[in-house]
Ligand binder design. Structure first.
Ligand SMILES: CC(C)(COP(=O)(O)OP(=O)(O)OC[C@H]1O[C@@H](n2cnc3c(N)ncnc32)[C@H](O)[C@@H]1OP(=O)(O)O)[C@@H](O)C(=O)NCCC(=O)NCCS
Length: 154
């Protein structure tokens, strides 16, 4: 897959893109959020997100929640055929811009402790491992550990 930077479009996640997020969550084998939960998050849950497209193809998303002094990444993915091309970094850096503009001091997230690709991605973005969360995820294969990761902004 070849992807030219000038063909990419990054937009803020609005209500009109909720079904795109659900499709991407499914394709990325992430938990698919209910439409109502996504609406609630965006309306009154401090939700913020971005969507990346190439032409008419929606190829990546990032969804986060703005807390008091923190921002939590809730769901994030890039279509598998578009990975390792710097697109996840584009989405992540947009969230970092939001953190800096809104003077947040910390980014936090939970990732499946077996998800080495995502862990490597987050480490490459400067996050550190904080704590293993025993049995945090309920999966078809039984409970799996989560990992709390974090980055500080000064
Ligand atoms: C995590 C994810 C969003 C990264 O997206 P991406 O577009 O591939 O990321 P980038 O191309 O910007 O990668 C930036 C850096 O992260 C690291 N990285 C990314 N994917 C990696 C992998 N599979 N193995 C090792 N390192 C990886 C590398 O350091 C990479 O830089 P490099 O390609 O120059 O070596 C993507 O793998 C994905 O959608 N995974 C499935 C969903 C998921 O796990 N989401 C996170 C849930 S918390």
């Amino acid at each position: 897959m070849v992807c030219k930077k000038e063909d990419l479009k990054l937009v803020t996640l609005g209500f009109n893109k909720i079904s795109s997020v659900q499709k991407l969550q499914k394709s990325c084998e992430d938990k698919v959020w209910e439409k109502e939960s996504l609406i609630h998050l965006l309306k009154e849950g401090g939700g913020i997100g971005f969507i990346l497209s190439e032409g008419f193809t929606v190829i990546g998303y990032i969804l986060a929640r703005s807390l008091q002094s923190e921002l939590e990444i809730l769901s994030f993915g890039v279509l598998s055929s578009y990975r390792r091309m710097g697109l996840g970094s584009i989405l992540f850096k947009e969230i970092e811009k939001f953190i800096i503009i809104n003077k947040k001091s910390q980014l936090i997230l939970e990732v499946n402790n077996h998800n080495d690709k995502a862990k490597n991605f987050y480490k490459s973005m400067g996050l550190e491992e904080i704590k293993v969360l025993s049995g945090y995820y309920k999966t078809d294969n039984g409970p799996e550990d989560g990992l709390l990761m974090s980055k500080f902004y000064f």
